[in-house]
Design a protein around this ligand. Sequence first.
Ligand code: GFB
Length: 311
Amino acid sequence: MDKDSKIYIAGHRGLVGSAIMRRLEIEGCKNLITRTHAELDLTRQERVEEFFHEERPDYVFLAAARVGGIYANNTYPAEFIYSNLTIQTNIIHASYVFKVKKLLFLGSSCIYPKNCPQPMKEEYLLSGPLEPTNEPYAVAKIAGIKMCQAYNRQYGTNFLSVMPTNLYGPNDNFDLKTSHVLPALIRKFHEAKTEGLSEVEIWGTGSPKREFLHVDDLADACLFLMKNYSENKIINIGVGKDQTIRELAEIIAGLTGFKGSIRFDTGKPDGTPVKRLDVSKINSFGWRARIGLEQGIAETYKWYVENVHNA
Ligand code: GFB
């Protein structure tokens, strides 16, 4: 892939897609192809194939997906499995039909079993039952992995599947019901601070552990892998360390200046108890995450206040 390559970023406005756009622009890539949801419905196969016929991209970053936190996954399982299966199937198949040189498919760390040995190695995929709160989404992502691998075997395509850990950063979803935990807690603690509230409610027990990767690190890893990795095996992308939701809440309370108390609503699900990725494989290729959690959250908090809260 070089500066003149024709590169399609599916989902270019989302958390991951917008970070990949920023990273490609830093790289000097000028020939970037995008379509908004209104311009191209990726769940319609004929529309997707017309688009590929017209644009003929050389490289594809498949960052379009229906995503959300534990509540959204648990509440809209049919939408999560339908949208993710159709979007990825249409783009992967069209990339084969129209001879895309290389495609990078974004999975998720939730593809691993609920009670997976830690840290989670790539070979643990399908070694046990999945976490029920996001099983439909996980099954869709596993189907995407298997589709890429099957096309590589039968048709000789070069379709990568990468597995990021929990992500955060600018352009995240900050809706209190459908978002992931980190943006939700940034908003909860900021609003409590600005409104002078004495308590913030956190879902679950606070004891689950989560690993967080800044989306700019993820975008850097995606570009690195698009250039340097072509095995027909999945590869994890993460920071290799985690903390409890309680510890995360304390970090965010500190950064927002919230001085009140934290209440845990144990009526809400905890989800997977722990899901830290083994990142030794990607580290062995020479890539590692650079953005520390406190620095990353501080930058994201600043972005949130300027672009969401004040908007
Ligand atoms: O980030 P999250 O929604 O998804 O929840 P998962 C992580 C943990 O934070 C859970 C707790 O134990 C939640 O109960 N939590 C505490 C909160 N307060 C809140 C809050 O206000 N909002 C939210 N959302 N959580 C996701 C999957 O699982 O992991 C996605 O649902 C995706 O599909 C993603 O795979 C990587 O980390 O549990």
